[in-house]
Design a protein around this ligand. Sequence first.
Ligand SMILES: [Ca+2]
Ligand SMILES: [Ca+2]
Length: 241
Amino acid sequence: MEPPKHGTHSRIFLALIFPFVLFLALTAKPSLRSLLLEDFNKEGMETQEAEQFIGLSNRRYGIWNKAYSPYEESDPDWQGCKISFSTDDVLGEGRSARLDYDVESGETAYNGFFLRLNGENFSAYDTLNLYLRGDGENGFPLRIKMELKNSHKRYQAQSQTWIKGTSFPYVLSGITNGWKKFSIPLANFGPKHLPKDWSDMHELDLIFDDVNSRPKVGTVYIDQIFVSKEKPEGNQPAAEV
Ligand SMILES: [Ca+2]
Ligand SMILES: [Ca+2]
């Protein structure tokens, strides 16, 4: 009798394990993950001047302003953004950050909020999430421009290489006067044609400016900023509608 060929054993082995593999494939759930970037619950993490602050953790956030404004705050031409905190936490316990912006000025006006990402790697995630609420009494913008910045890599199509620094913009819209969760696929950050490298992240910015922000003076609350993995690995992109 001839000894069984090597391939026969392999086929028997595959036939035995196949039902188990099939079972695992059918019952496996997508491995959803998330990484909290900031919940504003911990005191003392904020700064008005990014370079002055050594954080208690490796994250820090604050507001940024146009470099120079000649006006006193009492002057209608003053512009700026201020950060403070509210006990109106979106998850019910803790704090949210309150941003009061003013881009009403005789001069070009822009300012906003930054969250340092300190080299965080977003490659395992596909969605940026945050909660926003407009202040019904003070007024709030329906849209806010956002930017995600990576640390040191920008793809230059001409040379087909990564060069220092780039920002990926996205205009968030649909803010209301109640808490609302925004889940933005990282793929929706522009420019669309550019390959994105999320492996070494620098900063998330919210931007108020006199061109896009209406009203020009207003208040928004922000809370619970995190990245998440929403799509299972190998998932086919949905067909364009
Ligand atoms: Ca919070
Ligand atoms: Ca003003």
